[in-house]
Design a protein around this ligand. Structure first.
Ligand SMILES: [Zn+2]
Length: 313
C-alpha cells in the first residue's frame, strides 16, 4: 500500500434517491419524510436533496411502469430523442439526468445515495461501482466502522458485462444502499432504522471530510460479482427447481462446490458445482426472477485506499 495522500475537492451537492423501485418502501418512506423535514440530513455547507425518482411506480407500489429505471442510465437511452413513445422510465431517466447530471460532466451532483430494499437476507449492503475510488472506499470504511458490531457488506459490481447503468451513476460518486430482508410493499422498523443509520454515518463522513479531517490509508473487504446464476429451467423455459433450503438466507456465507443450491419438486438436490468456493448474494431476490437471476456468485477481496483530505485545507 502506498501512503500517497490524495487531495480531493470538497463535496458540495448530495442527493438521496428513494423510489427508484417503487415497491422498495424504506427509501420511499425516508425520502418522503426528509422532503417534509430535512433537519436530520442537513450538514453545514452541504446541499442535500432528497428526491423520489420514480413517482408513478411509487404511486402504484410496483417496481416500475414500463422498464427498470435502474438499468437505463446509459448513453444510448439518455441520448434518445424526446418522444411520448419512449418508455416512461427512459423519459424519467432523461429528466433525472437533467436535474442531477449530466452524467460524466462537471455539473453533475457529487454524490448520489440510491436507497433500495432486497427480499434477500443481505443485511446492510453498500454497492460500489469502481474498485479504485479512494473517496468511496474511505466512506464505506467509515460507515462500516460506525455501524459495527452490526455487519455492513460491500458489493462490488465492477465487471465488463455485468455492471449496469444505475440511476446513481450520473453522480461523480455513486452509492447504492441495499437493505434487507424486506418483502416488496412492506415497511419493517428494523430495516428502516438500519438504512437511516447508514445515511447518517455517510453524511457525517462527508461533513468531516469537508471540515478538513484527514482520513489515513484504510482497507475494506468487498465481495466482487463473478457471475449471475439462473434457476434450472424446463424446455418451455419455466423454472424447474427452487432455491434449496440450505442456501435460503445464506447471503455472504461461503458456498462450496458440493453444497446444495437448488431443489426440484421431486426432491432432487442440485449442487453448486465448479471448483471454487464463492459467496452468494441476492439469494432468491423477488425482483430478479424476471432477470433470470436466482443468486449471484461473488469472490471476496480486499480494497485499499490512500489517505484522503479535502483540497481546501
Ligand atoms: Zn431496488
Amino acid at each position: 500500500m502506498t501512503s500517497c495522500h490524495v487531495a480531493e475537492d470538497p463535496i458540495k451537492k448530495v442527493a438521496i434517491f428513494g423510489g427508484t423501485h417503487g415497491n422498495e418502501l424504506t427509501g420511499v418512506f425516508l425520502v418522503k419524510h426528509w422532503l417534509e423535514n430535512s433537519t436530520e440530513i442537513q450538514r453545514t455547507g452541504l446541499e442535500v436533496k432528497p428526491f423520489i425518482t420514480n413517482p408513478r411506480a411509487v404511486k402504484k407500489c410496483t417496481r416500475y411502469i414500463d422498464c427498470d429505471l435502474n438499468r437505463v442510465f446509459d448513453p444510448e437511452n439518455l441520448g434518445k430523442k424526446k418522444s411520448e413513445d419512449l418508455p416512461y422510465e427512459v423519459r424519467r431517466a432523461q429528466e433525472i439526468n437533467h436535474l442531477f447530471g449530466p452524467k460524466d460532466s462537471e455539473d453533475s451532483y457529487d454524490i448520489i445515495f440510491d436507497l433500495h430494499n432486497t427480499t434477500s437476507n443481505m443485511g446492510c449492503t453498500l454497492i460500489l461501482e469502481d474498485s479504485r475510488n479512494d473517496f468511496l472506499i474511505q466512506m464505506f470504511h467509515y460507515i462500516k466502522t460506525s455501524l459495527a458490531p452490526l455487519p455492513c457488506y460491500v458489493y462490488l459490481i465492477e465487471h465488463p458485462s455485468l455492471k449496469y447503468a444505475t440511476t446513481r451513476s450520473i453522480a461523480k460518486y455513486p452509492v447504492g444502499i441495499e437493505v434487507g430482508p424486506q418483502p416488496q410493499g412492506v415497511l419493517r422498523a428494523d430495516i428502516l432504522d438500519q438504512m437511516r443509520k447508514m445515511i447518517q454515518h455517510a453524511l457525517d463522513f462527508i461533513h468531516n471530510f469537508n471540515e478538513g479531517k484527514e482520513f489515513p490509508p484504510c482497507a475494506i473487504e468487498v465481495y466482487k460479482i463473478m457471475e449471475k446464476v439462473d434457476y434450472p429451467r424446463n424446455e418451455s423455459g419455466e423454472i424447474s427447481a427452487i432455491i434449496h433450503p440450505k442456501l435460503q438466507d445464506q447471503d455472504w456465507k461461503p458456498l462450496h462446490p458440493e453444497d446444495p443450491v437448488f431443489l426440484t419438486l421431486d426432491g432432487k438436490t442440485i449442487s453448486l458445482g465448479g471448483d471454487q468456493t464463492v459467496y452468494p448474494v441476492f439469494v432468491n431476490e423477488a425482483a430478479y426472477y424476471e432477470k433470470k437471476e436466482a443468486f449471484a456468485k461473488t469472490t471476496k477481496l480486499t480494497l485499499n485506499a490512500n489517505s484522503i483530505r479535502s483540497s481546501l485545507h
